[in-house]
Design a protein around this ligand. Structure first.
Ligand code: HEC
Ligand code: HEC
Ligand code: HEC
Ligand code: HEC
Length: 156
């Protein structure tokens, strides 16, 4: 029963199947096979779900933490960027000491402003969502000769 409790929050389906397998000795063979099959399917699905989480294809980015008085949403064709760029060109993490950690395949991608906000006290060029975004987005656009005019991202 403790075993069930531990796994319930994660993947109640797999937990139930594993429980069935643990109890398998007492079950009919056919039921056991069905349970094993369901387990394999269940694992397959959860692995797919992780590998496939590319986020939305199109996004409208808007700061919420240190937002400007006059909101200025930015268009971001996420999928288009994913076609040619590695996830780690934009996504990364943070360690316990507050240092940047390189992107790890399949990691959870938090919002930029969850780390880049005034309260966190980072360098001026990455202190807010706006600053971090302008540094990263415009930095690469300049490098790759893509437009950095305001209305490329901020539609009027
Ligand atoms: C050119 C930059 C860039 C690249 C490349 C990129 N992303 Fe993103 N991604 C972003 C930005 C910006 C956001 C929005 C973050 C925010 O809201 O603060 C985002 C958000 C996400 C989210 C969260 C969406 C949500 O609902 O909050 C996921 C998941 C994600 N990206 C996965 C990926 C994966 C996987 C790859 C590689 C295949 C990738 N991204 C490549 C910039 C990028
Ligand atoms: C989990 C926390 C976290 C998230 C989420 C995060 N960052 Fe960062 N980022 C950091 C840390 C820590 C540094 C290093 C700060 C320092 O050295 O002062 C950093 C550095 C940067 C830098 C400057 C260094 C470099 O790599 O060029 C840019 C630009 C940047 N982040 C942009 C972004 C963008 C854009 C997003 C969202 C797609 C994002 N960050 C999401 C923690 C985060
Ligand atoms: C590492 C490089 C890189 C980063 C980072 C990057 N971009 Fe781009 N972006 C490109 C390239 C290259 C293109 C041109 C793609 C194409 O036309 O196929 C592009 C195109 C675009 C376009 C479409 C422009 C048009 O004329 O159709 C928009 C909008 C855009 N980016 C917004 C953003 C935003 C917002 C961010 C930051 C959240 C960002 N980009 C970060 C490389 C980058
Ligand atoms: C390559 C894309 C890109 C370009 C070009 C760009 N920005 Fe941004 N900008 C962003 C992103 C992404 C954000 C963060 C999300 C948001 O709040 O809009 C942002 C945020 C802002 C914000 C804060 C908005 C808010 O609601 O808090 C202002 C103000 C701003 N930009 C002004 C400008 C001006 C002025 C220019 C032209 C000189 C410009 N930006 C060019 C992508 C871009």
């Amino acid at each position: 029963m403790i075993f069930i409790k531990l796994y319930m929050s994660e993947e109640s389906f797999i937990c139930a199947v594993q429980f069935l397998i643990i109890r398998g000795k007492m079950m009919k063979k056919t039921v056991l096979y069905a349970a094993a099959f369901a387990l394999v399917m269940g694992l397959g699905f959860s692995v797919n779900a992780m590998a496939g989480d590319k986020g939305p294809a199109e996004m409208t980015l808007q700061a919420t933490v240190d937002a400007a008085a006059k909101p200025k949403p930015a268009m971001f064709p996420h999928a288009k960027h994913q076609e040619t760029l590695a996830c780690g060109e934009c996504h990364h993490g943070k360690d316990a000491a507050g240092k940047q950690v390189a992107y790890v395949e399949g990691q959870k991608n938090e919002k930029c402003e969850s780390c880049h906000n005034k309260a966190a006290g980072m360098d001026k060029k990455i202190a807010t969502f706006k600053d971090a975004a302008h540094t990263r987005c415009k930095g690469c656009h300049t490098e790759k000769k893509v437009s950095t005019k305001c209305d490329t991202c901020h539609k009027k």
